[in-house]
Design a binder for this molecule. Structure first.
Ligand code: NDP
Length: 443
């Protein structure tokens, strides 16, 4: 039995029930198996054993009171997975589906993603099974304060710097920051994605979505193609999806679909992103509201299964949303490119379908790294006590996404599969983080 097979079996046994974590580790290790096996140093240094065991995982009780005086208890998590390259860095997710397996998979992915940015950040992730939907502003505030009352002791600008993710945007980061400041009596950049008034970075809000389009354009450039004139289907209508759509439209593409967890819209004339922003960002309503503003659009209840023909598919909602059904629909309708805005939105079976049909596939750990990259730039600005202009941050983001594409493309070529960006991203990230781990001794 190979080193990798033994490790995957051990991981399943030692982490029972953590299905998303098994999936994420399996995907990374299987795609780079030949590379690891041809370098015996990794087994000698027990690198896979070390890389798949978090440095620290924290689970805590969060007690809060709703507007009617009823007391609720939720679970909080922070997984500090790997600090070989810098302080732990990764978002906080508030969603009822959150459990240790999901936070561990996100944190594990974050190690490689952060390594690919070339910036000094390690991998971490956290969150809670708290559901922000339908809660009042005051309830959100009380929950965030209670969450931070435990989390503050585990984080710091040189230790662990959380950010947003699903269910955690600028409002939540503001409440978390306020409570951290109050308890610690320090004004420091321990969270990113902050309001511009207290240390936030211009272009952070846009960074993941814009970065996704920059790397997609970079990949198309390498084939003498362009986003301009292409049709694009997007899933989700949150932070990543909105700014991916905005940039795609600005680059001359036509965005045909968006969705939320209740249903999806198809606008044959192209999505008007300002309407989506109004509905989702300002009014916090369902995406179904969109058709009230646009005659060219239709709304359908239920899961979006990628039934609308397009050139480029950008899954930007959540993990495992793009299944075999969606992949077959996309392939049958002639999709050319799939680029992941969300973390692990494509199931293993769907990824296989894209591979069999030679669809160009950009994995999330490379394609959505723009958000964490600008978070690291926010950390730099906080340390320097400066605030860069939007254009300056945006230009740095473009350069980072270009570098990521070059790294994953070079690595794919070097290891014999020029178009395999999944393998390219996994090897490039793995090499960087494990080199640092080995150089730092047995940790
Ligand atoms: P948001 O909470 O802003 O938006 C999430 C969107 O996905 C919402 O429209 C939500 O709909 C939808 N959604 C969630 N679950 C489902 C589901 N099961 N089916 C259909 N739609 C669903 O989150 P973000 O945009 O920040 O994050 C989206 C993804 O991108 C996540 O995987 C996240 O980890 C990843 N990511 C985010 C980064 C960032 O900077 N924000 C950085 C890198 C990755 P509803 O409102 O109905 O729940």
């Amino acid at each position: 039995m190979s080193y990798i097979t033994r490790q995957l079996e051990r991981i399943k046994k030692q982490n029972p029930g953590e299905l998303e974590f098994h999936q994420a580790v399996g995907e990374v290790l299987r795609t780079i198996e030949p590379y690891i096996l041809s370098n015996p140093i990794y087994e000698k240094e027990a690198i896979i054993e070390r890389l798949t065991e978090p440095e620290r995982q924290i689970k805590f009780r969060v007690v809060w009171m709703d507007d009617n005086g009823k007391v609720h208890v939720n679970r909080g998590y922070r997984v500090q997975f790997n600090s070989a390259l810098g302080p732990y860095k990764g978002g906080l997710r508030f969603h009822p589906s959150v459990n240790m397996g999901i936070i561990k998979f996100l944190s594990f992915e974050q190690i490689f993603k952060n390594a690919l940015t070339g910036l000094p950040i390690g991998g971490g992730k956290g969150g809670s099974d708290f559901d922000p939907k339908g809660k009042s502003d005051r309830e959100i505030m009380r929950f965030c304060q209670s969450f931070m009352t435990e989390l503050y002791r585990h984080i710091g600008p040189n230790t662990d710097v959380p950010a947003g993710d699903i269910g955690v945007g600028a409002r939540e980061i503001g409440y978390l920051f306020g409570q951290y400041k109050k308890i610690k009596n320090v004004y420091e950049g321990t969270l990113t994605g902050k309001n511009l008034l207290f240390g936030g970075s211009l272009a952070r809000k846009e960074a993941t979505g814009y970065g996704l389009l920059y790397i997609t354009q970079e990949m198309l450039n390498s084939r003498n193609e362009d986003i301009n004139g292409k049709t694009v289907c997007i899933s989700g209508s949150g932070n990543v999806a909105i700014y991916a759509a905005e940039k795609a439209i600005a680059m001359g593409a036509k965005v045909l679909t968006m969705c939320d967890s209740t249903g999806w819209i198809y606008d044959k004339d192209g999505v008007d992103i300002n309407i989506v922003k109004k509905i989702k960002e300002e009014n916090r309503q369902r995406i179904s509201e969109y058709v009230k503003y646009r005659k060219s659009a239709e709304y359908k209840d239920g899961k979006f299964e990628w039934t609308v023909p397009c050139d480029i598919a950008l899954p930007c909602a959540t993990q495992n949303e793009l299944t075999e059904i969606g992949a077959k629909n996309l392939v049958n309708n002639g999709v050319k490119v799939v680029a992941e805005g969300a973390n692990m939105p494509t199931t293993a079976e769907a990824t296989e379908i894209f591979k069999e049909n030679s669809i160009i596939f950009l994995p999330g750990k490379a394609a959505n790294a723009g958000g964490v990259a600008v978070s690291a730039l926010e950390m730099s600005q906080n340390s320097l006590r400066v605030a860069w202009e939007f254009e300056e941050v945006d230009n740095k983001l473009k350069l980072i996404m270009k570098n990521i594409f070059n790294q994953i493309s070079d690595c794919a070529k070097e290891y014999g599969k020029a178009e395999d960006y999944v393998m390219g991203a996994n090897i490039a990230g793995f090499k960087r983080v494990t080199e640092a781990m080995i150089a730092q001794g047995l940790l």
